[in-house]
Design a binder for this molecule. Sequence first.
Ligand code: GLU
Length: 333
Amino acid sequence: MRISRLAKWIGASALAALLVFPVAVPKLSSIAQAAEYVTIGTGGITGVYYPVGGAISRLVNKGSKQHGIRATVESTGASVFNVNAIRSGDLSMGIVQTDTQYYAYTGTGPEQFVKAGPDTKMRALFSLYAEAFTVMARDDANISTFKDLAGKRVNIGDPGSGNRSTMELLMKEYGWTEDTFKIATDLKPAEMAGALCDDKIDAYIYVVGHPNASFKEASSTCESHIVPVEGPEVDAFVEKHNFFPRATVPGGLYKGTDNNVPTFGPKASLLTSSDLPDEVAYQVVKAVFENLDEFKKLHPVLENITPEEMLQGNTAPFHPGAVRYFKEVGLMQ
Ligand code: GLU
Protein backbone atom coordinates (compact mmCIF):
# COMPACT_ATOMS: atom_id res chain seq x y z
CA MET A 1 0.00 0.00 0.00
CA ARG A 2 1.42 3.32 -1.02
CA ILE A 3 1.14 6.00 1.59
CA SER A 4 1.37 9.17 -0.44
CA ARG A 5 4.16 11.66 -0.10
CA LEU A 6 1.64 14.10 1.30
CA ALA A 7 0.72 11.75 4.13
CA LYS A 8 4.43 11.20 4.82
CA TRP A 9 4.94 14.95 4.72
CA ILE A 10 2.11 15.46 7.17
CA GLY A 11 3.67 12.77 9.38
CA ALA A 12 7.04 14.53 9.21
CA SER A 13 5.41 17.87 9.98
CA ALA A 14 3.68 16.34 12.97
CA LEU A 15 7.04 15.12 14.22
CA ALA A 16 8.59 18.54 13.68
CA ALA A 17 5.65 20.11 15.48
CA LEU A 18 6.13 17.70 18.37
CA LEU A 19 9.68 18.92 18.76
CA VAL A 20 8.88 22.61 18.43
CA PHE A 21 5.26 23.06 19.55
CA PRO A 22 4.18 20.08 21.64
CA VAL A 23 0.63 21.46 22.02
CA ALA A 24 -0.03 21.32 18.26
CA VAL A 25 0.50 17.57 18.03
CA PRO A 26 -2.89 15.99 18.65
CA LYS A 27 -4.52 18.00 15.88
CA LEU A 28 -1.83 17.33 13.28
CA SER A 29 -1.49 13.64 14.00
CA SER A 30 -5.24 13.15 13.69
CA ILE A 31 -5.06 14.72 10.20
CA ALA A 32 -2.26 12.30 9.27
CA GLN A 33 -4.33 9.34 10.42
CA ALA A 34 -7.36 10.49 8.50
CA ALA A 35 -5.49 10.71 5.20
CA GLU A 36 -5.13 7.27 3.63
CA TYR A 37 -4.32 7.74 -0.04
CA VAL A 38 -4.87 5.08 -2.68
CA THR A 39 -3.87 5.40 -6.32
CA ILE A 40 -5.73 3.43 -8.97
CA GLY A 41 -3.77 2.58 -12.12
CA THR A 42 -5.99 2.74 -15.21
CA GLY A 43 -5.08 2.94 -18.92
CA GLY A 44 -4.81 5.48 -21.73
CA ILE A 45 -7.15 8.46 -21.55
CA THR A 46 -9.01 7.38 -24.72
CA GLY A 47 -9.80 3.95 -23.23
CA VAL A 48 -12.40 2.86 -20.69
CA TYR A 49 -10.19 2.00 -17.69
CA TYR A 50 -9.47 5.67 -17.20
CA PRO A 51 -13.09 6.89 -16.86
CA VAL A 52 -14.09 3.75 -14.93
CA GLY A 53 -11.18 4.27 -12.51
CA GLY A 54 -12.43 7.84 -12.17
CA ALA A 55 -15.92 6.54 -11.35
CA ILE A 56 -14.52 4.23 -8.64
CA SER A 57 -12.49 7.02 -7.09
CA ARG A 58 -15.49 9.35 -7.15
CA LEU A 59 -17.56 6.87 -5.14
CA VAL A 60 -14.72 6.25 -2.68
CA ASN A 61 -14.18 9.97 -2.20
CA LYS A 62 -17.86 10.55 -1.50
CA GLY A 63 -17.30 8.77 1.80
CA SER A 64 -13.87 10.24 2.63
CA LYS A 65 -15.22 12.15 5.62
CA GLN A 66 -16.38 8.90 7.22
CA HIS A 67 -13.58 6.47 6.30
CA GLY A 68 -10.65 8.84 5.69
CA ILE A 69 -9.62 7.28 2.36
CA ARG A 70 -8.89 9.46 -0.69
CA ALA A 71 -8.58 7.79 -4.08
CA THR A 72 -6.88 9.23 -7.15
CA VAL A 73 -6.45 7.77 -10.63
CA GLU A 74 -3.39 7.58 -12.81
CA SER A 75 -3.37 7.13 -16.58
CA THR A 76 -0.95 4.25 -17.33
CA GLY A 77 0.02 1.77 -20.04
CA ALA A 78 -2.83 -0.43 -18.64
CA SER A 79 -2.97 -4.12 -17.61
CA VAL A 80 0.67 -5.24 -17.74
CA PHE A 81 1.97 -1.94 -16.39
CA ASN A 82 -0.64 -2.04 -13.62
CA VAL A 83 0.12 -5.57 -12.37
CA ASN A 84 3.84 -4.77 -12.34
CA ALA A 85 3.31 -1.47 -10.51
CA ILE A 86 1.04 -3.09 -7.90
CA ARG A 87 3.67 -5.77 -7.41
CA SER A 88 6.43 -3.21 -6.89
CA GLY A 89 4.25 -1.11 -4.55
CA ASP A 90 4.06 1.91 -6.88
CA LEU A 91 0.28 1.58 -7.23
CA SER A 92 -2.18 0.50 -4.54
CA MET A 93 -4.66 -0.91 -7.03
CA GLY A 94 -5.24 -1.11 -10.75
CA ILE A 95 -7.61 -2.24 -13.50
CA VAL A 96 -6.33 -5.33 -15.25
CA GLN A 97 -7.59 -7.79 -17.88
CA THR A 98 -8.49 -11.18 -16.39
CA ASP A 99 -6.09 -12.98 -18.78
CA THR A 100 -3.20 -10.76 -17.62
CA GLN A 101 -4.33 -11.38 -14.04
CA TYR A 102 -4.19 -15.16 -14.58
CA TYR A 103 -0.73 -15.16 -16.17
CA ALA A 104 0.84 -12.78 -13.64
CA TYR A 105 -0.68 -14.60 -10.65
CA THR A 106 0.41 -18.03 -11.87
CA GLY A 107 3.74 -16.90 -13.38
CA THR A 108 2.86 -18.48 -16.74
CA GLY A 109 2.14 -17.37 -20.34
CA PRO A 110 4.03 -14.24 -21.48
CA GLU A 111 7.78 -14.56 -20.92
CA GLN A 112 8.04 -11.67 -18.47
CA PHE A 113 5.52 -13.31 -16.09
CA VAL A 114 7.34 -16.64 -16.32
CA LYS A 115 10.60 -14.83 -15.51
CA ALA A 116 9.06 -12.88 -12.60
CA GLY A 117 7.47 -16.03 -11.11
CA PRO A 118 3.99 -16.24 -9.54
CA ASP A 119 2.74 -12.97 -8.03
CA THR A 120 1.56 -14.58 -4.79
CA LYS A 121 0.56 -11.26 -3.18
CA MET A 122 -1.93 -10.41 -5.94
CA ARG A 123 -5.48 -10.04 -4.62
CA ALA A 124 -8.76 -9.39 -6.44
CA LEU A 125 -11.31 -6.81 -5.28
CA PHE A 126 -13.94 -7.46 -7.98
CA SER A 127 -14.35 -7.81 -11.72
CA LEU A 128 -16.07 -5.20 -13.84
CA TYR A 129 -17.31 -5.61 -17.44
CA ALA A 130 -16.55 -7.63 -20.57
CA GLU A 131 -13.90 -6.27 -22.89
CA ALA A 132 -13.71 -7.09 -26.59
CA PHE A 133 -10.54 -7.93 -28.51
CA THR A 134 -11.16 -5.36 -31.23
CA VAL A 135 -9.49 -4.72 -34.58
CA MET A 136 -10.07 -1.33 -36.20
CA ALA A 137 -8.94 -0.98 -39.84
CA ARG A 138 -8.85 1.69 -42.53
CA ASP A 139 -11.42 1.00 -45.26
CA ASP A 140 -8.76 1.38 -47.97
CA ALA A 141 -6.46 -1.27 -46.43
CA ASN A 142 -8.49 -4.27 -47.68
CA ILE A 143 -8.87 -5.87 -44.28
CA SER A 144 -12.12 -7.77 -43.78
CA THR A 145 -10.93 -10.68 -41.60
CA PHE A 146 -8.31 -11.04 -38.86
CA LYS A 147 -6.11 -13.06 -41.25
CA ASP A 148 -5.95 -10.10 -43.62
CA LEU A 149 -3.71 -8.35 -41.08
CA ALA A 150 -0.77 -10.43 -42.35
CA GLY A 151 1.47 -8.23 -44.50
CA LYS A 152 -0.12 -5.00 -43.22
CA ARG A 153 1.03 -2.14 -40.96
CA VAL A 154 -0.49 -3.07 -37.62
CA ASN A 155 -0.27 -1.56 -34.15
CA ILE A 156 0.07 -4.72 -32.05
CA GLY A 157 0.20 -2.70 -28.82
CA ASP A 158 2.26 -0.90 -26.24
CA PRO A 159 4.36 -3.43 -24.26
CA GLY A 160 2.72 -2.24 -21.01
CA SER A 161 -0.74 -3.12 -22.27
CA GLY A 162 -2.97 -6.13 -22.04
CA ASN A 163 -3.69 -5.54 -25.75
CA ARG A 164 -0.17 -6.53 -26.64
CA SER A 165 -0.14 -9.49 -24.34
CA THR A 166 -3.45 -10.90 -25.66
CA MET A 167 -2.44 -10.14 -29.27
CA GLU A 168 0.83 -12.05 -28.82
CA LEU A 169 -1.07 -15.06 -27.48
CA LEU A 170 -3.43 -15.01 -30.46
CA MET A 171 -0.53 -14.54 -32.90
CA LYS A 172 0.95 -17.78 -31.55
CA GLU A 173 -2.30 -19.56 -32.37
CA TYR A 174 -1.94 -18.39 -35.97
CA GLY A 175 1.79 -19.22 -36.04
CA TRP A 176 2.55 -15.52 -36.58
CA THR A 177 5.51 -13.41 -35.45
CA GLU A 178 6.12 -9.66 -35.78
CA ASP A 179 7.63 -10.44 -39.19
CA THR A 180 4.19 -11.52 -40.39
CA PHE A 181 3.29 -7.84 -40.63
CA LYS A 182 4.73 -5.25 -42.99
CA ILE A 183 5.28 -3.14 -39.89
CA ALA A 184 4.36 -3.99 -36.27
CA THR A 185 4.13 -0.84 -34.14
CA ASP A 186 3.78 -0.37 -30.37
CA LEU A 187 1.97 2.95 -30.11
CA LYS A 188 0.16 3.89 -26.91
CA PRO A 189 -3.65 3.75 -26.95
CA ALA A 190 -4.02 7.55 -27.11
CA GLU A 191 -1.94 7.61 -30.32
CA MET A 192 -3.68 4.77 -32.19
CA ALA A 193 -6.65 6.53 -33.80
CA GLY A 194 -4.47 9.43 -34.97
CA ALA A 195 -1.91 7.06 -36.52
CA LEU A 196 -4.70 5.17 -38.32
CA CYS A 197 -6.25 8.29 -39.79
CA ASP A 198 -2.86 9.80 -40.71
CA ASP A 199 -2.31 6.60 -42.76
CA LYS A 200 0.72 5.59 -40.69
CA ILE A 201 -0.87 2.21 -39.87
CA ASP A 202 -3.55 0.09 -41.56
CA ALA A 203 -5.10 -1.28 -38.38
CA TYR A 204 -4.84 -1.39 -34.61
CA ILE A 205 -5.78 -3.83 -31.87
CA TYR A 206 -7.53 -2.65 -28.73
CA VAL A 207 -8.82 -4.95 -25.98
CA VAL A 208 -11.40 -2.59 -24.57
CA GLY A 209 -15.00 -1.94 -23.52
CA HIS A 210 -17.39 -0.19 -25.92
CA PRO A 211 -18.12 2.59 -26.58
CA ASN A 212 -14.77 4.29 -26.09
CA ALA A 213 -13.12 7.53 -27.20
CA SER A 214 -10.45 5.84 -29.35
CA PHE A 215 -12.94 4.19 -31.71
CA LYS A 216 -15.17 7.26 -31.73
CA GLU A 217 -12.16 9.31 -32.80
CA ALA A 218 -11.02 6.89 -35.52
CA SER A 219 -14.47 6.27 -36.97
CA SER A 220 -15.41 9.94 -37.05
CA THR A 221 -12.07 11.12 -38.50
CA CYS A 222 -11.45 8.66 -41.36
CA GLU A 223 -13.20 5.89 -43.30
CA SER A 224 -12.69 2.88 -41.06
CA HIS A 225 -14.49 -0.17 -39.66
CA ILE A 226 -14.24 -2.90 -37.03
CA VAL A 227 -13.08 -6.29 -38.29
CA PRO A 228 -14.57 -9.63 -37.10
CA VAL A 229 -12.24 -11.94 -35.18
CA GLU A 230 -13.53 -15.46 -35.81
CA GLY A 231 -12.70 -18.75 -37.52
CA PRO A 232 -11.14 -22.09 -36.57
CA GLU A 233 -8.03 -20.54 -34.95
CA VAL A 234 -10.20 -18.32 -32.76
CA ASP A 235 -12.43 -21.31 -31.88
CA ALA A 236 -9.35 -23.28 -30.76
CA PHE A 237 -8.02 -20.26 -28.86
CA VAL A 238 -11.25 -19.60 -26.98
CA GLU A 239 -11.58 -23.32 -26.17
CA LYS A 240 -8.06 -23.44 -24.71
CA HIS A 241 -8.43 -20.38 -22.47
CA ASN A 242 -11.51 -20.27 -20.30
CA PHE A 243 -11.03 -16.58 -19.49
CA PHE A 244 -11.90 -15.58 -23.08
CA PRO A 245 -15.64 -15.81 -23.59
CA ARG A 246 -17.09 -14.80 -26.95
CA ALA A 247 -17.87 -11.11 -27.20
CA THR A 248 -19.63 -8.78 -29.60
CA VAL A 249 -18.94 -5.21 -30.55
CA PRO A 250 -22.46 -3.80 -30.96
CA GLY A 251 -23.28 -2.38 -34.37
CA GLY A 252 -24.30 1.25 -34.62
CA LEU A 253 -21.88 2.61 -32.02
CA TYR A 254 -19.35 3.81 -34.57
CA LYS A 255 -19.64 5.23 -38.07
CA GLY A 256 -18.71 2.53 -40.61
CA THR A 257 -19.70 -0.38 -38.32
CA ASP A 258 -23.46 -0.82 -38.54
CA ASN A 259 -23.75 -4.52 -37.67
CA ASN A 260 -22.67 -6.49 -34.60
CA VAL A 261 -19.08 -7.71 -34.94
CA PRO A 262 -18.13 -11.08 -33.41
CA THR A 263 -14.96 -11.50 -31.39
CA PHE A 264 -13.87 -12.68 -27.91
CA GLY A 265 -12.42 -10.99 -24.84
CA PRO A 266 -11.45 -11.05 -21.16
CA LYS A 267 -13.10 -9.11 -18.35
CA ALA A 268 -11.70 -6.03 -16.73
CA SER A 269 -10.97 -6.50 -13.02
CA LEU A 270 -9.84 -4.37 -10.08
CA LEU A 271 -6.72 -5.79 -8.45
CA THR A 272 -4.58 -4.96 -5.47
CA SER A 273 -1.95 -6.56 -3.26
CA SER A 274 -2.21 -8.38 0.06
CA ASP A 275 -0.23 -5.39 1.44
CA LEU A 276 -3.33 -3.17 1.17
CA PRO A 277 -4.84 -2.85 4.68
CA ASP A 278 -8.07 -4.87 5.08
CA GLU A 279 -10.03 -1.80 6.13
CA VAL A 280 -9.06 0.09 2.97
CA ALA A 281 -10.00 -2.83 0.69
CA TYR A 282 -13.28 -3.19 2.59
CA GLN A 283 -14.18 0.49 2.23
CA VAL A 284 -13.33 0.63 -1.49
CA VAL A 285 -15.45 -2.45 -2.27
CA LYS A 286 -18.27 -1.17 -0.09
CA ALA A 287 -18.22 2.27 -1.75
CA VAL A 288 -18.73 0.70 -5.19
CA PHE A 289 -21.24 -2.03 -4.24
CA GLU A 290 -23.36 0.25 -2.07
CA ASN A 291 -23.57 2.85 -4.81
CA LEU A 292 -23.96 0.43 -7.69
CA ASP A 293 -26.90 2.28 -9.25
CA GLU A 294 -24.87 5.46 -9.41
CA PHE A 295 -21.76 3.55 -10.59
CA LYS A 296 -23.72 1.97 -13.48
CA LYS A 297 -24.70 5.41 -14.73
CA LEU A 298 -21.11 6.67 -14.85
CA HIS A 299 -20.15 4.80 -18.07
CA PRO A 300 -22.22 2.79 -20.60
CA VAL A 301 -19.96 -0.32 -20.19
CA LEU A 302 -21.15 -0.55 -16.58
CA GLU A 303 -24.84 -0.44 -17.47
CA ASN A 304 -25.50 -4.18 -17.14
CA ILE A 305 -23.11 -5.25 -14.41
CA THR A 306 -24.53 -7.18 -11.43
CA PRO A 307 -23.04 -7.76 -7.97
CA GLU A 308 -23.01 -11.55 -8.54
CA GLU A 309 -21.10 -11.23 -11.82
CA MET A 310 -18.60 -8.87 -10.20
CA LEU A 311 -17.43 -11.82 -8.10
CA GLN A 312 -16.75 -13.91 -11.21
CA GLY A 313 -13.79 -14.23 -13.56
CA ASN A 314 -10.91 -13.73 -11.13
CA THR A 315 -7.97 -16.09 -10.70
CA ALA A 316 -6.23 -14.33 -7.80
CA PRO A 317 -7.87 -14.86 -4.41
CA PHE A 318 -10.11 -12.09 -3.11
CA HIS A 319 -8.55 -9.62 -0.68
CA PRO A 320 -9.74 -10.37 2.89
CA GLY A 321 -11.24 -6.87 3.10
CA ALA A 322 -13.38 -7.63 0.02
CA VAL A 323 -14.37 -11.01 1.47
CA ARG A 324 -15.49 -9.28 4.67
CA TYR A 325 -17.85 -7.07 2.68
CA PHE A 326 -19.14 -9.87 0.43
CA LYS A 327 -19.96 -12.01 3.51
CA GLU A 328 -21.61 -9.12 5.28
CA VAL A 329 -24.08 -8.63 2.41
CA GLY A 330 -24.54 -12.34 1.65
CA LEU A 331 -22.76 -12.39 -1.71
CA MET A 332 -20.39 -14.98 -0.29
CA GLN A 333 -20.98 -17.82 2.20
N1 GLU B 1 -7.55 -3.67 -21.87
C1 GLU B 1 -6.57 -2.66 -22.17
C2 GLU B 1 -5.25 -3.10 -21.60
O1 GLU B 1 -5.11 -3.54 -20.55
C3 GLU B 1 -6.94 -1.29 -21.64
C4 GLU B 1 -8.31 -0.86 -22.02
C5 GLU B 1 -8.77 0.46 -21.46
O2 GLU B 1 -7.93 1.31 -21.12
O3 GLU B 1 -9.97 0.63 -21.35
O4 GLU B 1 -4.29 -2.95 -22.22
